[in-house]
Ligand binder design. Structure first.
Ligand SMILES: [Mn+2]
Length: 296
């Protein structure tokens, strides 16, 4: 072993390779925020999540999974582009390769528009679970047809709504609520979550016909008191505890991929970054458990 091996690290990459162990997840970042509508800076999200992840405990007490003992491969960040079509195209292509490699992938955002590209590469029987305050169903916003305020409209134009469920919904125009109803988008709105105990059961009921799940977490689904460092904060949202309850309800499901988006470190004290890192840790833990249960 050389001093280079001994004293240098690959930071900010969070790769950990244990000898003889294949990575249980492959991560990449999308430092892109060119279509944001309010507070910029999501391009700094991926590295902020990595830094936070390096500094929290990664043993999941709840899942009894120790990520410190598992291999994780960080592929780095998507190349610089300010062109939203180029970003979406690149994410779609990279994700398609990762799906073919058969390993769970994770994307660190970046703005929510990246989910549009990623989900287009999912196998047919993959449910998309979106946690988000916003519906993102406008036909256009601020002169753009494809932006982080319209990405779900563009996605439903392409793939319909049968495989999509939206959780934590509370911030949209009157028209967007009407559109959601018209296109029959499945919603577990904040109102529903407040009214029905164990709203996780609604999610599990939705998922029963799907083989795989893709989890997309817009951090603004959380109340800003839990996650202030986002591009478009919306007061009165999910507690972190409730979001984790939804995630833990996925125990045993095959998580094909996930993304965590809209972290804006310039408006963060560090709280939102560690929350994002914690959510990533628990999703990877869940993915490990489902990978292991499938092994003979
Ligand atoms: Mn949002």
């Amino acid at each position: 072993m050389s001093y280079k091996d001994l004293f240098l690290t690959s930071e900010p990459l969070i790769t950990v390779i244990k000898e003889g162990m294949e990575p249980i997840v492959k991560i990449f970042g999308v430092p892109f925020d060119s279509t944001v509508t309010f507070r910029p800076g999501a391009r700094f999200g991926p590295n902020a999540i990595r830094q936070a992840y390096m500094n929290i405990e990664v043993y999941s007490l709840f899942l009894d999974v120790d990520l410190e003992s598992l291999s994780l491969l960080d592929l780095g960040n998507l190349k610089l582009t300010n062109d939203v079509d180029d970003m979406v195209y690149s994410v779609e292509k990279v994700v398609r390769e990762l799906v073919q490699e058969g390993v769970t992938f994770g994307i660190l955002g970046g703005e929510h528009t990246l989910t549009f590209g990623a989900y287009l590469s999912m196998p047919k029987d993959t449910a998309l679970i979106i946690f988000d305050a916003h519906l993102d169903l406008r036909d256009e916003f601020a002169g753009l047809k494809l932006s982080h305020a319209t990405f779900l409209r563009r996605l439903t134009d392409k793939v319909g709504t049968e495989s999509i469920i939206h959780i934590g919904s509370r911030a949209a125009s009157r028209d967007e609520w009407k559109i959601a109803d018209k296109i029959r988008l499945s919603l577990i709105s904040l109102q529903t979550i407040r009214t029905i105990p164990n709203a996780e059961m609604l999610l599990l009921d939705f998922l029963k016909d799907f083989e795989n799940v893709y989890v997309s977490i817009d951090l603004d689904a959380l109340d800003p008191s839990f996650a202030p460092g986002v591009g478009n904060p919306e007061p009165d949202g999910l507690s972190l505890h409730k979001l984790l309850e939804f995630l833990y309800s996925l125990k045993g499901k095959k998580i094909i991929g996930f993304d965590i988006v809209e972290l804006t470190p310039l408006y963060d004290s560090g709280i939102t970054a560690v929350v994002a890192a914690k959510l990533m840790n628990e999703i990877i833990g869940l993915s490990y458990l489902s990978q292991n249960s499938r092994k003979p």
